[in-house]
Ligand binder design. Sequence first.
Ligand code: PLP
Length: 377
Amino acid sequence: MRAFEARNAHFDRLVNTPGLKWLGQNTNHAKPHAAVVEAMERCIRDEEFHIYAPPAGFEELRAGIVADLGLDGQVALVSDGAVSSLYHACHALLGPGDEFITTDPTWNWPMAFARSVGATVKQIPIYGEEYGYRLAPERLRAAITPKTKVIYIVDPNNPLGSACTAEEIDGIAAAARDAGAYLIHDCTYRHFAYEHHLAAKRYPERTLTVYSFSKWLGLAGLRVGAIVAHPDLVERLAAAPPNNLGSSILSQRAAMAGLKIKAEWFPGVLAEQRANQALIKEAADRIPGLSIAVYPSNGNFIVMECGPAGIRPDALVAEYAERNIMIRQGAYHTPNFGDRFVKISTTVPTAWVEELVELLPEMVERARGRNEAAQLF
Ligand SMILES: Cc1ncc(COP(=O)(O)O)c(C=O)c1O
């Protein structure tokens, strides 16, 4: 079996596992608002799916995304999810010999996209107390070279849950501007942050703000997101997008309905998510050697450090998997720091988190005795 098939078979197994508790992919399992479900039902009933959606996205959706960000003067290009936007941007902006800079940890796929078009990748470590789990703009500035074409910042950072301060965003945007580089500001988790600052407000010409409906609205399986940027830049991206026949009409209907109910629906989701983080923190604090790296997290997930407890992250993940609970090993995010932590998603029913924390002492004990490496993805 090829590597991609082994990976696929793994996820196929997970998706087809009844009752699996998804605490590993930062997906959002909150009950959807009735208006979102109705919008999809209407779309199916009216058989809207026979037609192609507008190539850059429904005008209402494009305007709704820009308004949600508050980025007046910028425009949206709807995509099949943030990952598709990132793929598109990397392919459009990078070529052989260009340099792509990001943090370590970061979200890995954009590095693969950059390498696939011949760019080199440089990562700036941010994991650890010595860095405060965040990117100091001076360190970005020091890493930039004349070849730097794209800077990719995940903010809030997945997996750490740290978010850039206003001063940090000022510094990051200034460093990108001085280098003439594109700044991809991946704001997939923005809605969960205590405060969040948009680089596009400081550097509108060359910032690409990446937006997702997977996390705050819980539409991961529907695949809808966007790039928001200066109209000149979007004009360029719109010349050869992978979804030039439009993104899913069903997904866009759900997203438009979601934006309408956001103010009413999302605060409850956020409150439950933050309470879930607190439950995990309390449980970790009770076990010597476990700790939470960044608390509270600005994402819908939390990093639990487990190295000092004498357990390997993959062993803990494998133990929970046997109880039908999916959490993520650090190595998914970073080979350099991955042996230190697991990541746990928190936009899930509180009952799932209660089960997770109740099992924690036993899982830690069992993981300690587990020697064989688990094959995880
Ligand atoms: C930082 C980051 N960007 C993008 C994505 C993908 O988002 P989407 O589901 O909208 O493609 C993820 C998914 O986990 C992510 O963590």
